[in-house]
Design a protein around this ligand. Structure first.
Ligand SMILES: *[C@@H]1O[C@H](CO)[C@@H](O)[C@H](O)[C@H]1NC(C)=O
Length: 305
């Protein structure tokens, strides 16, 4: 019942936007597989491989590993478009993020920036309260919109779908031009057979919550992270494999884009430097759609639109 209502809501939203949702890729933690910080050349190599699918990517930070300093020249050269993340805590990290934003954002054309987001699952992890995060979103909007030409760049946040649906997130939704929702059927321990149902249900609920809070179906909306690991240990009923990742791509990612929902996929490349999640063997290093830049995708990314 809840699902049917939500589908009707998204239909109303989808009818007013492009028929097929856009595709983008999360770039991970600004590090190469050997954990060295990515250079501008590394980002250009990343983009060359991704360009077979899209020209939209997302990074999680402005200052870590010199993110903006190194990626913006590659964005400029390649014509790619970027989601920029800002870590809102701790205070020293936030200050470094703002310093990088001030130093480097004005060096690029505002049309290259899809959005600036403050916090990546900050509420999910309990890093800060909704009202404290809302204050940071408003502060960052003031900084971004104070830059010449950047007045129209959306500033918002990214969080897990269940946190968005939870009423406590209301101040954050109100403070955001754009609320981005993450949903992983894998981390919900879903069977393959139920993974696309669960994914669509999660996303529709978060979209409906945002639309209700905003009092409009005419809003920008993106999924910030979704995907399926190709190797590593099972989580409850969820089993990593190339075949399952390919099926999740077809049923869930192609499926939801066909409904008109913009989707960022987690993630472009395996992050082999990452430490293991406790209790689950090796899954964190196998979320890439590609193993490395310059390789073929691990499975077919064609959608039958
Ligand atoms: C399928 O997913 C939905 C939504 O997450 C959940 O409510 C339901 O219990 C799941 N069904 C099965 C059989 O796992």
């Amino acid at each position: 019942m809840r699902f049917i209502t939500a589908i009707a809501t998204v239909l109303a939203a989808a009818n007013s936007v492009a028929a097929i949702g856009s595709l983008g890729f999360d770039l991970g933690a600004q590090r190469n597989s050997d954990s060295a910080c990515k250079t501008t050349q590394d980002y250009l190599a990343d983009f060359e491989t991704i360009s077979s699918q899209t020209n939209i990517v997302r990074v999680y930070a402005a200052s870590d590993c010199g993110t903006l300093e190194n990626i913006l020249p590659a964005i400029q050269q390649s014509g790619f478009k970027l989601f920029i993340g800002i870590w809102p805590n701790d205070d020293a990290h936030y200050a470094a993020e703002i310093a990088a934003l001030n130093a480097y954002l004005p060096t690029i054309d505002a049309s290259s920036i899809v959005a600036v987001t403050v916090g990546s699952e900050a509420l999910y992890r309990g890093d800060m309260s909704p009202s404290a995060l809302a204050d940071k979103i408003n502060e960052v909007r003031g900084i971004v919109h104070g830059m010449d030409g950047f007045e129209g760049v959306p500033v918002g946040t990214v969080d897990s779908w269940n946190i968005i649906v939870d009423g406590a997130s209301a101040p954050v939704i109100q403070a955001s031009d754009l609320v981005i929702s993450n949903a992983f059927s894998y981390w919900q321990g879903q069977t393959m057979a139920n993974s696309s149902y669960s994914f669509l249900d999660d996303i529709m609920q978060s979209l409906q919550t945002i639309q209700t809070a905003k009092g409009s179906t005419d809003i920008d909306f993106w999924i910030g992270e979704t995907g399926w690991p190709t190797a590593g240990g099972a989580f409850e009923a969820s089993v990593p494999s190339v075949d399952n990742a390919a099926l999740f791509w077809q049923q869930s990612i192609c499926g939801i884009r066909a409904w008109g929902i913009n989707t960022l996929v987690f993630e472009a490349y395996d992050e082999s430097w990452k430490p293991p999640t406790s209790g689950i063997s090796g899954v964190e290093t196998h979320w890439g759609v590609w193993t490395n830049p310059g390789t073929d995708p691990k499975y077919s990314l064609d959608c039958n639109f």
